[in-house]
Design a protein around this ligand. Structure first.
Ligand code: SF4
Ligand code: SF4
Length: 219
């Protein structure tokens, strides 16, 4: 996992923190927000340990566990979004107020993913393009040499093989760049076949972590 993946409370539907607190020191509201009751949770370190996402921290001064509240206090005042959603200059965050079928449909149509679904906590935070953090890529660039001039090879055909089987096929972009995403870490040897204007080349690649094989020049 890359270290800069943003992770806050997932406001899980089956939240281990709620179960661990037992007496309502952590609770889920009807709108889905999971909150910590600072009075009931005072001095209770076990609440921190209950979260598999490790997003509860300890407030030494107040002697309570704390976490993202989804800015419930602001939403209750009529705000339509939390502060981080409002503040993000590139619109990387969204809050969606919807019922379960709507959210389910959105997850499917936008190809959204949960982080660590194996925890089985039914998280309510979804990521787009999560594979860019959790999986590997094999990338490179293609150029074409003719009459002593080297140009980007836009629209070149690039095929990825493993064990002689085609895994994926893409075309290079305007800059001659290509990238195969969603590959398994340490998944072994691949062959990248590049073709442009009748010229071809095969490049062997050993995939441990993500790799950029640099520029391939055809002529
Ligand atoms: S992410 Fe952790 S703190 Fe948040 S609801 Fe789930 S278990 Fe509780
Ligand atoms: S700004 Fe609000 S919603 Fe965003 S991470 Fe902080 S508490 Fe959570």
């Amino acid at each position: 996992m890359r270290p800069n993946l943003p992770v806050a409370c997932m406001h899980c539907d089956d939240a281990p923190c709620v179960k661990a607190a037992k007496d309502g020191a952590v609770y889920k509201r009807d709108d889905g927000i999971v909150l910590i009751d600072p009075q009931k949770a005072k001095g209770r370190h076990e609440i921190i340990r209950s979260c598999p996402y490790e997003v509860i921290w300890w407030n030494e001064e107040k002697d309570v566990p704390q976490k993202c509240t989804l800015c419930a206090h602001l939403l209750d005042e009529g705000w339509d979004r939390p502060r981080c959603v409002q503040a993000c200059p590139i619109g990387a965050l969204r809050i969606i107020h919807g019922d379960d079928p709507e959210i389910k449909q959105m997850v499917i149509s936008e190809n959204l993913e949960s982080l660590h679904p194996q925890y089985r906590t039914l998280p309510r935070v979804y990521y787009k393009n999560l594979f860019r953090f959790t999986r590997c890529f094999a990338a490179g660039s293609m150029a074409y040499k003719k009459d002593g001039t080297i140009d980007c090879a836009e629209g070149a055909e690039v095929v990825l093989y493993q064990n002689a089987e085609k895994v994926a096929q893409i075309s290079t972009d305007h800059f001659g760049d290509f990238q195969f995403d969603n590959l398994d870490e340490d998944s072994g040897q691949y062959m990248i076949e590049v073709a442009y204007k009748g010229a071809k080349k095969n490049i062997k690649v050993e995939l441990g972590k993500s790799i950029n094989i640099g520029t391939i020049v055809l002529e």
